[in-house]
Design a protein around this ligand. Structure first.
Ligand SMILES: Cc1cc2nc3c(=O)[nH]c(=O)nc-3n(C[C@H](O)[C@H](O)[C@H](O)COP(=O)(O)OP(=O)(O)OC[C@H]3O[C@@H](n4cnc5c(N)ncnc54)[C@H](O)[C@@H]3O)c2cc1C
Length: 399
């Protein structure tokens, strides 16, 4: 439940509250989270009280309704802490709420968004399957109409918050004669519905405290009213996914900047304090070169995110720029993480320093929300098509 006073904060006050929460509560609780193997319940409650589940949801549906530029500024702050904390509410603020907001019926919005904003209805976004990863449009889960219900059969994997969600947005094929995107629809499915089963992996290499899970649907009956947007197929299902995905990608790009910020703060402090050959490591030119290059790359990543967010707020979804920001940001965060681990020496491998944990965590950012090779491929395809058509580049800045 959101603390009522949070609703009255102006943005600078709210940003400071979240920055303080990160510094005073999230970062100090990281080791507790690692020991527990999950985000502690009291931290999830605090995130709900402070409105972190609500930052993207408009005020009329019980949210805080911050602009995209404000959302990314918040993300720069709270992702100075482990990015696993963000995962706990990311599926609500990005993927799911945005699909419901843009494509749901008014009744679906009124039913779900206020509870999602309050942190009382956690939703997960169930698109990926064993045989449909990068090629999501080839998904095989089916939803067959039977009177007033749809019957869902199939399975999903790698789903963030599968183990914690109260409901899933499930992408399933309603037209089995149509093998691509056009046959796909989206449904809201209660996580406790008969026939739904989830399983968590035993091993996570990164994001260990926020394990992704598998979801199995065995003849799950879903009321027809749970068909998102109230209409089947016509490619609408995957269009709904993409709207949420573009939103989430912008947040992921901002997460990369937040993670790089913390890793560089920690590593710079380390090299100032660590003496070898009679002087602090920070006085060595080779060390300074690594720090300076990392800082410049982090700021380039931040600029891409802010520019995409501003375009977003002006009413355009600059999907190619968003893809570029996500591609660059995630590769940048991994490069920075690798340099930081190197500068920590043995501490980068042995012991509880936060940077090596973040190094493992940021690796996943190059895989989800579109892997780096897929973004490179899609950007190149869009460039070739657009230049072929009118000589300009996609999302062009040309006057
Ligand atoms: C931590 C985490 C959280 C996730 N959360 C969610 C979630 O909440 N909901 C959800 O639905 N999914 C989620 N995913 C799944 C994620 O979206 C997929 O892992 C991703 O789309 C890649 O699919 P895949 O793993 O099947 O890899 P594959 O599709 O098998 O790809 C493997 C590799 O081959 C490359 N590749 C594939 N096709 C091409 C091509 N045409 N050209 C060049 N390279 C190619 C890819 O880039 C990739 O590096 C999550 C994954 C992770 C790791």
């Amino acid at each position: 439940m959101i603390n009522k006073s949070v609703l009255d904060y102006d943005f600078p006050t709210y940003l400071k509250v979240i920055a303080d929460f990160t510094e005073n509560e999230l970062i100090p609780a990281e080791n507790e989270m690692v020991d527990a193997g999950e985000v502690p319940a009291r931290i999830v409650d605090r995130m709900a009280e402070l409105g972190l589940f609500a930052i993207t949801i408009p005020r009329e549906y019980g949210g805080l309704g911050w602009t995209m530029e404000q959302q990314v500024q918040l993300t720069f702050e709270f992702t100075r802490a482990s990015c696993v904390y963000r995962s706990r509410f990311s599926t609500v603020i990005g993927l799911c709420s945005q699909a419901i907001l843009d494509h749901g019926t008014e009744e679906q919005r009124r039913q779900m968004l206020p509870a999602m904003a309050a942190g009382e209805l956690v939703t997960a976004f169930a698109l990926t399957e064993e045989f449909a990863g990068s090629d999501a449009a080839s998904l095989r889960t089916t939803a067959r109409r039977k009177g007033g219900v749809y019957v869902i059969d199939g399975s999903k994997r790698y789903i963030t918050n599968a183990g914690w969600a109260d409901a899933f947005i499930v992408f399933a094929r309603t037209d089995e004669t149509e093998p691509g995107a056009a046959g796909v629809s989206a449904f809201v499915v209660d996580a406790k519905a008969p026939g739904v089963r989830t399983a968590l992996p035993t091993i996570m290499n990164g994001h260990a405290e926020g394990p992704v899970g598998e979801i199995y649907f065995d003849s799950v009956e879903v009321p027809a009213a749970n068909l998102l947007g109230g209409r089947e197929g016509e490619g609408k299902g995957l269009v709904m996914a993409l709207r949420g995905i573009n939103h989430a990608r912008t947040h992921v790009a901002a997460t990369c900047v937040g993670q790089a910020t913390r890793m560089l703060e920690e590593t710079t402090a380390h090299v100032i304090g660590r003496r070898q050959f009679g002087s602090p490591l920070s006085e060595l030119g080779a060390v300074q070169a690594e720090l300076g290059a990392s800082f410049a790359e982090m700021e380039a990543g931040r600029a891409l995110v802010i520019e995409s967010a501003r375009a977003f707020d002006s009413g355009v979804v600059p999907r190619h720029r968003i893809a570029a920001a996500k591609l660059y940001g995630s590769e940048m965060a991994s490069r920075v993480a690798d340099r930081c681990v190197q500068l920590l020496g043995g501490e980068g491998i042995v012991g509880p320093h936060p940077v090596p944990r973040m190094w493992r965590d940021v690796r996943a950012l190059r895989i989800y929300e579109g892997s780096s090779p897929i973004h490179e491929r899609n950007l190149a395809k869009a460039m070739i098509k657009q230049v072929g058509a009118d000589g300009t580049l996609p999302d062009s800045y040309r006057a």
